[in-house]
Write a protein that binds this ligand. Structure first.
Ligand code: PMP
Length: 369
């Protein structure tokens, strides 16, 4: 299996390199104090260090279920399975459903594509357009695969978010073909304008909705979840058990404590949205000013700006790396197809100074080419 090109790029960087490559959240926004207080509080009891249930901590399942219900997607704790990040959520699902083919967006999340390969699942790629997946090809593909993996909210890598019409049509297609949707939504809370209801909420019995605390609290906690009907969740438990018995209990207890404190999580989420929005605005202003030939769709949330250009971005990356700045060529997110003219930029893990300097260095690299 191919190694992640992103990880290889990161290995060629040093502490002076400006990186727009990794999909890292801003660690200055990690709620260190709140997490420390909760860690202290839950560690008063030895019980948190004991083996526990595979389905996850009951209080946390309850809190996650409540947050779905509050937003109009009625959910009970029995419809939540806690996983070790949403990466494991996807792995558990793929092992249990044993499909041979899956419809995916092109481009799509690399960690998912690698999982499909590992599980022997063939991907059918459908073009991702400005307002979501291209619907005619999507309908044809789902009629065949009966399974789709989509990232409708501020997608990784493109930052695109599906329009309401596109969401409705996807739900209708899944229903019509008796298919299953895996909706990966780790960025859904990072909206700059308003919360957008999930596709799964329209088809609760034929979907897995995947969530994660990696982008909202901290990725090192390794806690994510699956929201699905009891019928769909039941067979997953045996796989979850085999994989790691249960998700880290200390992390689950800390998150449950954090979420239980009035307003703390809501205020924290709002501060992340504000910060990422202003970083995105600054990043795109700098691009417009210094490299106007780069075209992009301004993201309405999430962590990425995706650029289309007509130069060879792999050659540009070589130059840029020598100048001390890195990014990921969009071709890495396309599976087999050859694409050398797109770039994913992460804007969340750099300061304004780094963004300004990094984009100047890329503009210089472009001149040198
Ligand atoms: N899905 C997508 C679309 C992602 O971008 C990521 C992380 N970059 C994941 C899943 C995995 O996240 P987690 O840390 O929750 O495993």
């Amino acid at each position: 299996m191919k190694r992640s090109f992103i990880r290889e790029i990161l290995e060629h960087t040093n502490s002076n390199t400006i990186s727009f490559a990794g999909g890292l959240p801003d660690e200055k926004l990690f709620p260190l104090e709140g997490i420390r207080d909760c860690a202290n509080s839950v560690l008063q009891s030895a019980k948190v260090l004991q083996y526990a249930k595979s389905s996850g901590l009951e209080s946390l399942r309850e809190l996650i279920a409540q947050s779905y219900t509050k937003r109009g997607f009625k959910t009970s704790p029995e419809e939540i399975l806690i996983t070790s990040g949403s990466q494991q959520a996807l792995d558990v699902i793929l092992r249990s459903i044993k499909s041979k083919n899956i419809t995916v967006e092109a481009p799509s999340y690399l960690g998912a594509m690698n999982l499909f390969t590992l599980n022997g699942i063939k991907t059918e790629a459908v073009e991702l357009k400005k307002n979501g997946i291209e619907l005619n090809s999507f309908k044809q593909s789902v009629a065949n695969t009966k399974l789709a993996y989509l990232i409708p909210d501020f997608q990784n890598p493109t930052g695109i978010s599906y329009s309401q019409e596109c969401r409705d049509m996807v739900a209708e297609t899944i229903k019509k073909h008796n298919a299953i949707l895996v909706e990966d939504a780790p960025y859904s809370e990072l909206y700059f304008e308003k919360f957008i209801p999930s596709i799964s909420s329209k088809i609760p019995n034929s979907s897995y909705h995947l969530g994660s605390f990696s982008k909202t609290l901290a990725p090192a906690l390794r806690v994510g979840w699956i929201r699905a009907s009891r019928e769909l969740l039941k067979p997953l438990l045996a796989y979850k058990e085999v994989m790691d018995l249960h998700t880290n209990m200390l992390s689950q207890e800390i998150i449950s404590c954090f979420l239980s404190k009035p307003k703390l999580y809501d205020e924290h989420l709002q501060s992340i949205r504000n910060s990422y929005k202003s970083k995105m605005e600054f990043f795109t202003q700098e691009l417009d000013k210094k490299i106007p030939e780069f075209k992009y769709i301004k993201p309405k949330g999430g962590m990425f700006v995706y650029v289309k250009t007509d130069i060879d971005v792999y050659k540009l990356l070589d130059r840029a790396m020598q100048n001390g700045v890195v990014f990921v060529p969009g071709g890495e997110f396309y599976g087999d197809s050859e694409n050398r003219s797109e770039i994913r930029f992460n804007y969340t893990n750099s300061t304004q100074e780094q963004i300004s300097k990094g984009i100047s260095l890329i503009a210089n690299a472009l001149q040198e080419l």
